[in-house]
Design a protein around this ligand. Structure first.
Ligand code: IMP
Length: 433
């Protein structure tokens, strides 16, 4: 397999972790390159369910190396909790899990700032995961952030931490506008004591990971880049301001891991066969009726990071077409097809009506998207369980017609696989890679 990057084609939660797990067999090194503990990557393997927020999900495959790249905002406490859970499951990470020294730390004050900005009177409520992501990236871009590599020298870390924590105390306010500086997330002494211990445990993981990846590739190792969130949460190309704070599209893989574009061969778009979104922001095909509830219940559409119910709706081809344009997908992986099993008819959005005009391209203007009314095509459902199907030829005609229609609408990008259930085994392989 050539190196590959896996990117969500919608608003995240497309089932990327299952595809990454599947692709990991063909790779040597799995790399996270953006986002942080806002991601929730669930893998069902060997009768066990793993949920990863920071550690690349490739870690459960023996012998694979996993890298947390420079573009990630790194929550050390979450990371160590995952390392502990892996140890409990008998999975050792020694010498095969590395963190970039350039990744920025998410510290407790970032979470306090995240909560404060979501509850500030008059602020636009993004509906964040509360994991401190926006404030950590804000510090990075405003050049006041603290990097993982700063932990190598405790005094350097300490000085920067106290400066930033004190500044946060002034910025976090109660709803009536008073400084709220004594909340636990800003308790300087307690955090310093905690981080002194955390530092000891983290030191063996810290590396110049860009150099490691450069050499790994020269040695013939195959790299798999694991995207988090989805295309329309990208800070540039997504439904701004209802986005996350990183580049979730393919370019983020180079910037966030320190490899050149030639290191990326395939770009695999993970496409859920309906649409979901967590948090606020426009969602033209959202269903607030019984079908929306049915999709949520059947697809277990609840956030794996926050437990929030996901908003559900029909497949939106304008969205995925745009994702193909932005990422240059070379393969699509279609997920959760089995969730549609019981529906007698299935709709696909093929255009929007915006102010009386029919459009067939996703509008970059967020206001237009708010008012867009979907134009649907209706297809018959298959009304049978497909989760045991192992080959394309075993799927009912209505299901293959639905897949073919999605593919046609999305520039005919070849379909790599179709997921028909949560387990590794519930996968139909279609095209090679
Ligand atoms: P933040 O990334 O926590 O700042 O949240 C910004 C927006 O991105 C919110 O709408 C979140 O619900 C959404 N979001 C962040 N991470 C994920 C994810 O992994 N899956 C789906 N939505 C996410």
């Amino acid at each position: 397999m050539a190196n590959a990057v896996v990117i969500g084609a919608q608003w995240g939660d497309e089932g990327k972790a299952k595809v990454i797990d599947y692709m990991t067999e063909r790779a040597d090194v799995v790399v996270r390159f953006q986002g942080g503990a806002n991601a929730g990557h669930t893998v069902n393997a060997g009768g066990r369910r793993y949920v990863f927020h920071l550690v690349p999900s490739g870690i459960i495959t023996p012998g694979k190396v996993c890298v947390v790249g420079s573009g990630v905002v790194f929550d050390a406490e979450q990371f160590l909790a995952e390392v502990d859970e892996l140890a409990e499951a008998g999975i050792s990470v020694a010498d095969r899990l590395f963190i970039s020294d350039l990744a920025h730390l998410v510290l407790p004050y970032h979470k306090a700032l995240d909560a404060a900005s979501e509850s500030a009177p008059g602020a636009v409520k993004i509906g964040t995961t509360g994991r401190g992501i926006g404030p950590a990236y804000t510090d990075k871009v405003s050049r006041t952030g603290i990097r993982v590599g700063d932990l190598l020298n405790w005094n350097v870390f300490l000085k920067k931490f106290i400066r930033n924590n004190d500044a946060a105390k002034l910025r976090v306010q109660t709803p009536d506008g008073k400084p709220a500086g004594d909340i636990p997330d800003l308790d300087e002494d307690e955090i310093i004591t905690r981080y002194h211990k955390i530092r000891e445990r983290l030191l063996p993981f810290i590396k110049d990971t860009a150099f490691y990846l450069f050499n790994a590739e020269r040695d013939g190792m195959r790299l798999l880049f694991e995207g988090a969130q989805g295309t329309f949460l990208d800070v540039d190309h997504g439904t701004y301001p209802f986005v996350t704070s990183s580049n979730t599209t393919v370019g983020g893989a180079c910037a966030g891991s320190g490899v050149g574009p030639k290191s990326i061969g395939h770009c695999i778009g993970i496409v859920k066969t309906y649409t979901t979104r967590v948090g606020n922001g426009p969602f033209p095909t959202e269903l607030t009726d019984d079908i929306g509830f049915h999709l949520r219940a059947t697809g277990n559409e609840f956030g794996s990071t926050t437990g929030r119910p996901r908003r559900c709706g029909w497949f939106d081809s304008l969205l995925v077409k745009k994702a193909v344009q932005l990422n240059g997908f070379t393969r699509l992986a279609l997920t959760k097809l089995d969730v549609l099993n019981d529906l007698s008819e299935i709709k696909i959005c093929v255009g929007y009506n915006i102010d009386g005009k029919k459009v067939d391209q996703y509008p970059t203007n967020a206001q237009e998207l708010e008012y867009a009314k979907p134009i649907y095509e209706t297809m018959p459902g298959w009304k049978q369980d497909i989760s045991k199907c192992k080959k394309l030829s075993e799927l009912p005609n209505a299901a293959t017609d639905y897949i073919a229609r999605i593919q046609k609408l999305c520039y005919d990008v070849p379909v790599l696989l179709i997921s028909v259930g949560p387990d590794r085994a519930d996968t139909i392989e279609v095209a090679g890679i």
